[in-house]
Design a protein around this ligand. Structure first.
Ligand code: G
Ligand code: G
Ligand code: MN
Ligand code: NA
Length: 254
C-alpha cells in the first residue's frame, strides 16, 4: 500500500526519468532507433524497477497518467534530437495492455505527436500480444486508428504470447521484436536458431521487419545474423542509458 500511494504521488512525473536503449542494424552498423524505458527515482527506496511498478500501475489505473508522461516526454526528447540533428531515426515507447485498451489512446497519441511536431513515423509503439487478445476486432480497430496517425507499431516479446497467424496477418504492424528467451540460449540450443529463423521467415511473408532483443554476446549476434535477423538490441550494444550518456552514444555512432 505504501508503494501505491507513493506511485500516486509520483504519477505527475517529478520522480520519473527515461532511459534510452539503442537498437542497431548489424548490416551497416547504424543506430536505427532507441527504446524509451521508464525509471522511478523513489526519494527513499532509490531506483524502483518498472518490472515492479508498471504491474501496480496497471492494477490501480495509474498507468494512464504514467503512460501519458512517458509518451509526452519521449516525443519531446525526439523533437529535441531532431532539431539538434542527432542521428536517431526513431524512438519507441512501450504500451501496456490497459493503455492499449483505453478508449482515449488513439486521440491522445495523435495530439501528443502533433504537439511535439515530430514526423509520426519516427515514433514507434511497442505492444505485447497480450494486449490484443480477447476482442480481436476491437484490437484491429485500435491498431488501424494508430496506423492512420502514421506511427510505427511493433509486437514486443514476440513468440511468448498467443497471437495466431490468422490474427497476425490482420494486424497493421511493422515489426516483430523477437523475445529474448529465444536469444538467450541460441548459441547452444538445438531448437532456438530454427525458431528464430521461422519467425524471420514469417515476418518476411507478412511484410514485417524483425529485431532481436536481449542480445548480450557477439556469438548470439552471429547466430541471429545466420538466421537473417540483423537488427538487434541488448547489452552487447548498450544498456539503457540516461539522456546525457545516450547522447554520447549517438555522438560516437555513425
Ligand atoms: O527497463 P526494464 O528495465 O527493467 O523494464 C522492465 C519492464 O517494464 C519491461 O517489460 C518494459 O517493457 C516495461 N516498461 C519499461 N518502461 C515502460 C513504460 O514506459 N511503459 C510501460 N507500459 N512499460 C514499460
Ligand atoms: O519487455 P521489454 O522488452 O520492453 O523489456 C525491456 C527490458 O529488457 C528492460 O528491462 C531492459 O532493461 C531489459 N534488457 C535490455 N537489454 C537486455 C539484455 O541484453 N539482457 C537482459 N537480460 N535484459 C535486457
Ligand atoms: Mn519493449
Ligand atoms: Na520485449
Amino acid at each position: 500500500l505504501g508503494l501505491e500511494s507513493d506511485l500516486r504521488r509520483a504519477s505527475g512525473g517529478g520522480e520519473f526519468e527515461l532511459h534510452f536503449q539503442p537498437k542497431i542494424d548489424l548490416a551497416g552498423n547504424r543506430t536505427i532507433g532507441a527504446e524509451a524505458l521508464i525509471r522511478w527515482r523513489h526519494p527513499v527506496r532509490g531506483m524502483v524497477s518498472p518490472a515492479e511498478f508498471i504491474p501496480l500501475a496497471e492494477e490501480t489505473g495509474l498507468i494512464w497518467e504514467i503512460g501519458a508522461w512517458t509518451l509526452i516526454e519521449s516525443c519531446r526528447r525526439l523533437a529535441d534530437w531532431i532539431q539538434r540533428d542527432l542521428p536517431i531515426p526513431s524512438v519507441s515507447v512501450n504500451l501496456s495492455p490497459r493503455q492499449f485498451q483505453d478508449a482515449r489512446l488513439v486521440g491522445f497519441v495523435r495530439s501528443v505527436v502533433e504537439s511535439a511536431g515530430i514526423p509520426a513515423d519516427r515514433l514507434e509503439l511497442e505492444l505485447t500480444e497480450g494486449a490484443m487478445i480477447g476482442d480481436i476486432e476491437k484490437a484491429v480497430t485500435i491498431l488501424n486508428g494508430l496506423k492512420d496517425i502514421g506511427v510505427r507499431l511493433s509486437i514486443d516479446d514476440f513468440g511468448t504470447g498467443y497471437s495466431s497467424l490468422a490474427y497476425l496477418k490482420r494486424f497493421p504492424i511493422d515489426t516483430l521484436k523477437i523475445d529474448r528467451s529465444f536469444v538467450r540460449d541460441i548459441v547452444k540450443s538445438t531448437t532456438d536458431p530454427a525458431i528464430v529463423g521461422t519467425i524471420v521467415n514469417l515476418a518476411e511473408s507478412l511484410g514485417f521487419d524483425t529485431i532481436a532483443e536481449g542480445v548480450e554476446t557477439q556469438e548470439q549476434a552471429d547466430m541471429l545474423r545466420q538466421q537473417r535477423c540483423t537488427r538487434i538490441q541488448g547489452y552487447l550494444i548498450s544498456r539503457p542509458l540516461p539522456i546525457d550518456q545516450f547522447e554520447v552514444f549517438l555522438g560516437n555512432s555513425v
